[in-house]
Design a protein around this ligand. Structure first.
Ligand SMILES: [Zn+2]
Length: 452
């Protein structure tokens, strides 16, 4: 058994952190949560506390990064200057996609996931569509690229839900994949489903899921095939949704309805579905998503970077959609920043403060993301849950003098001091225990961008 004595711990359903909590774990599971309030401290026993590892600062459950494209990490700082929009950014992204093979993908993803571990992320949802060779020809193992991601997460010490994305067409009108897009495609949804269902890697750190890349990339008459494949395998289904007004316009022109309506009509929404972005839903879309308990993953730093706009987060949450968070393009890997952006973006839009409580933001960054990724037993400091602990310093230049309850509005990823995943220490004193993260990022990115 391992025991930790936290200075503060954020317990489930609590509006703010609890001081002096003893957390016990055995075999990667939390077996005891004991707040040592003044009145109960004497009963805890001196010998129990003597062998407890002290965790100064604020300890949170593991953070879940619900939406990632690992290879986009290579674009950080390369696309932010100058003009352009989502579509010009996408062209740059395709240049990197063209260069990757299973070996370079493993190296880049391992470094990107290790950066996530340093940021307190214990579980990542990888929205994976780089399936085949550059000209679209499958590798000898048609899931070689997925296997590289599975191995990368294992080596970085975090859990992974591999969301295998169906990506068949270039436009809502059904134009074929061309150029760099060819490696994304399986031909049709049945062939995608066969390949995805045949991928059964083992590992306690791994789950699989399915994804509809978007209504741009999966024809309307094949959406139900993807949804049924996820449903039959009882795995999560994710989909990019209404990131851009142009997607809504194209969908209306082709199908006479919004992307949300199209997904609903093809059986692709529900409590096991997470839609990503939902930046431009209509009022009726918000009702459809909420009534079906479809989950929404917001990626505020990416939506900011790509000039997408601000999604109606509060309205979607009020309608019944649980919110989670993703770093998506990895322009920033910092779930504290993603979480507070949900509140701060609402402030910019409404010119009013106070839309989300700190507890709601913690929920979005932790348990809601884990549930969206199929891990119903993670994301809470609770007996029986996975022993994922993320400790944030309260004595850094950013957090000194900040009350523990305010840490989500002050801390950055750089303030994460220790990360425990399934009972194992992955980050100690701010250092990854297995990966030299800056060195591996530099090397792996230089290889796939062709620049030092
Ligand atoms: Zn994405």
């Amino acid at each position: 058994m391992t025991r930790w004595l936290t200075e503060y711990a954020w317990l489930p359903e609590h509006p703010e952190p609890t001081p002096d909590v003893l957390i016990e774990a055995t075999g990667g599971r939390i077996t005891g949560i004991t707040p040592l309030a003044a009145e109960s401290r004497p009963t805890a026993g001196v010998e129990v506390l003597a062998d407890a590892v002290r965790l100064p600062g604020l300890t949170l459950p593991g953070l879940a990064n619900t939406h990632s494209h690992a290879f986009h990490r290579a674009l950080r700082g390369r696309t932010h200057g100058g003009r352009g929009d989502f579509w010009t950014w996408r062209d740059r992204m395709y240049e990197v996609a063209t260069r990757l093979d299973p070996d370079s993908y493993l190296a880049l993803a391992r470094a990107a996931y290790a950066e996530m571990a340093l940021a307190g992320i214990t579980c990542v949802g990888e929205f994976h569509y780089l399936h085949h060779g550059p000209d679209g020809t499958p590798y000898a193992d048609p899931n070689a690229m997925g296997s590289a991601l599975v191995e990368a997460a294992a080596q970085a010490g975090i859990r992974l839900t591999l969301l295998d994305a169906c990506y068949l067409t270039a436009t809502v009108a059904g134009d074929p994949l061309v150029g760099p897009q060819r490696r994304f495609g399986d031909g049709d949804a049945h062939r995608w489903a066969e390949r995805a269902a045949a991928f059964a890697p083992t590992g306690a750190h791994l789950r699989v899921g399915a994804a509809i890349h978007s209504v741009r990339a999966v024809p309307a008459d094949q959406l139900a095939t993807v949804a049924a494949s996820a449903n039959d395998r009882d795995v999560p289904l994710h989909a990019h949704l209404s990131e851009q007004p142009a997607e809504n316009d194209a969908c209306r022109a082709e199908h006479g309805c919004t992307p949300t309506r199209l997904l609903a009509d093809r059986g692709a929404l529900g409590q096991h579905t997470t839609v990503v972005h939902a930046t431009h839903p209509t009022s009726s879309d918000i009702t459809v998503l909420g009534d079906s308990r479809t989950r929404v993953c917001l990626c505020p730093t990416t939506e900011r970077d790509l000039a997408d706009g601000i999604g109606p987060a509060r309205r979607m949450a009020n309608a019944g959609s649980a919110l989670s968070l993703g770093s998506d393009s990895h322009a920033v890997v910092d779930l504290f920043e993603e979480a507070r952006a949900v509140e701060l973006d609402e402030r910019l839009r409404t010119r009013q403060r106070g839309h989300f409580t700190a507890g709601e933001l913690v929920t979005a960054a932790t348990v809601a993301g884990h549930v969206a990724l199929g891990w119903g037993d993670a994301g809470r400091l609770a007996v029986g849950d996975r022993a994922d602990l993320v400790t944030v310093r309260l004595d850094s230049p950013r957090t000194a003098g900040v009350p523990a309850a305010g840490a989500f509005f002050a801390a950055t990823a750089a303030d994460v001091s220790q990360v425990v995943v399934d009972g194992q220490v992955v980050v100690r004193d701010g250092r990854h225990q297995m990966v030299d993260v800056p060195a591996e990022l530099a090397t792996s990115i230089a290889e796939v961008t062709g620049t030092p």
